[in-house]
Each structure stands twice: as structure tokens, then as C-alpha cells.
Design a protein around this ligand. Structure first.
Ligand code: ADP
Ligand code: AMP
Length: 215
């Protein structure tokens, strides 16, 4: 299956992506994770991306599209993929359509997680991520088994630099301006599936999987 996960920052895309990609056995591709890995490794791409990420702005379309195209060319994407955090602008979506056409494949569905801004701001304040593998937790709604430590790899949990309240508000503004129009874009193509992202994590995963398998 070829899928996109759409939603505001903090809507739960990464959390759902881990569950969905496991259940459907397709690779989880997060542009945010790719940028963070590049920042950690100190690459040129990471240096350029960090300037924008730290301000709550989007990384320019040309840089973002080229990393996605490279990733989709890898062999594991032949069985499908789950994109998390891409596309985030109309030009990204348009160029992605061209790339899909070139690959001779079509999207199956776009999963939209709907979460109001006030819930997002509260969620982001409690988000913790693993320094090692990037796994996401929440101090109250999705805590690790042992405080401050990743269940999956045992590394330390940290607060993302861009999860400061001021940056979160900036990211939400960017989302409403640049990314929210994608809801209509994919609705018009008949691909959009809506989900209430305020429900429990596992309940949301079950609803998404059930619906996708019906499509
Ligand atoms: P995104 O990838 O969309 O930015 P995340 O998956 O990182 O969002 O989720 C943001 C925060 O909210 C994390 O701390 C995560 O553990 C928590 N979270 C995700 N889904 C839910 C949910 N359904 N209910 C409560 N908290 C959630
Ligand atoms: P995320 O982990 O999805 O919240 O992404 C973290 C940050 O990376 C975002 O706030 C953006 O600055 C940048 N980013 C991730 N994906 C994209 C994208 N598709 N287009 C532009 N910037 C992106």
C-alpha cells in the first residue's frame, strides 16, 4: 500500500506511522526523521535544514522533494510506503504526483489525523523523543516503562529543540498556512480518509487499519 499521513505537528503522525507500518509491513518514511538524522551527522543537508527547523519554518521544497525521491528509489519501497510529514505544501504534492507517475504507481489513500490546536500545544509540551532511535513518547499519555529511558533501545529521552512553546505556535501557524490546503487537494482526488486524532493511540490505529483494509 502507498500511503500519506497528514496532520498538524503533534497530531500523532509519527506515533501512528510506527504502528501502521508494522501492521502493513511497509517502510515508514519521515522527512522530519531524515532531517534530524542529517543534523546529528553534521551533513550539509542537516546544516541547511536546521536553520528552518529551529524557527518553526518549513525546509525549502527543492531540498525536501529530492530527499523523498532518493528514499523512494530504495528497494524496500517497491512493496509500498507510508509517508509521514511529506508532502507539506501544494508544490511538494504536485511534484510528488509527477514523481509517482514517473514510477508508474498510484497512491492508495491519504490518512488525515484531525486534532485541535489547543490539544496539540498540550501534547507537544509533554513529548519526549529517544536520542538514539528517535522513538516518540509522552510523559502522561504514552510514557516509557522506565522514566527518561527508551523502551526500544535503552537510550536517554530528550525534549526536541523545536518543541519549545514559541516554536510550536510558529509551526502551527505554518501548518495552517501551507499544509492544511492539502486536505482539499487530496479530498478532490478522492483519496482522503478522516480520523479523529484525539482518541486513544491504539483505538486510532485500529480504526485506521480497519478502514484501509476495506478500501
Ligand atoms: P507528529 O508526528 O504528528 O508530530 P507525534 O506522533 O510525535 O506527532 O505525537 C505528538 C505527541 O503526542 C507525542 O508525545 C505522542 O506520544 C503523543 N500522542 C500521539 N498520539 C496521541 C494520542 N492519540 N493521544 C494522546 N497523545 C498522543
Ligand atoms: P516533523 O518531525 O515532521 O515534525 O518535522 C520537523 C521539521 O522538519 C518541520 O517543522 C519542518 O521544519 C521540517 N520538515 C519536515 N518535513 C518537511 C516537509 N515535507 N517540508 C518542509 N519541511 C519539513
Amino acid at each position: 500500500m502507498r500511503l500519506i499521513l497528514l496532520g498538524a505537528p503533534g497530531a500523532g503522525k509519527g506515533t501512528q506511522a510506527v504502528n501502521i507500518s508494522q501492521k502493513l509491513n511497509i517502510p515508514h518514511i519521515s522527512t522530519g526523521d531524515i532531517f534530524r538524522a542529517n543534523i546529528k551527522e553534521g551533513t550539509e543537508l542537516g546544516r541547511k535544514a536546521k536553520e528552518f527547523i529551529d524557527q518553526g519554518l518549513l525546509v525549502p521544497d527543492d531540498l525536501t522533494i529530492s530527499i523523498v525521491k532518493d528514499r523512494l528509489n530504495k528497494a524496500d519501497c517497491e512493496k509500498g510506503f507510508l509517508l509521514d510529514g511529506f508532502p507539506r505544501t501544494i508544490p511538494q504534492a504536485q511534484q510528488f504526483d509527477v514523481a509517482l507517475k514517473g514510477m508508474g504507481v498510484e497512491l492508495n489513500a491519504v490518512v488525515n489525523l484531525d486534532v485541535p490546536d489547543d490539544v496539540i500545544v498540550k501534547r507537544m509540551a509533554g513529548r519526549r523523543v529517544c536520542k538514539g532511535c528517535g522513538m516518540t513518547y509522552h510523559i502522561s499519555s504514552n510514557p516509557p516503562k522506565s522514566e527518561g529511558t527508551c523502551d526500544s533501545c535503552g537510550e536517554q529521552l530528550i525534549i526536541r529543540d523545536d518543541d519549545k512553546e514559541q516554536t510550536v505556535l510558529e509551526r502551527l501557524k505554518t501548518y495552517h498556512e501551507k499544509t492544511e490546503p492539502l486536505i482539499d487537494y487530496y479530498e478532490e482526488k478522492g483519496l482522503l480518509l478522516h480520523f479523529d486524532g484525539t482518541k486513544d493511540i491504539m483505538e486510532t490505529t485500529s480504526e485506521i487499519i480497519e478502514r484501509l483494509l476495506k478500501e
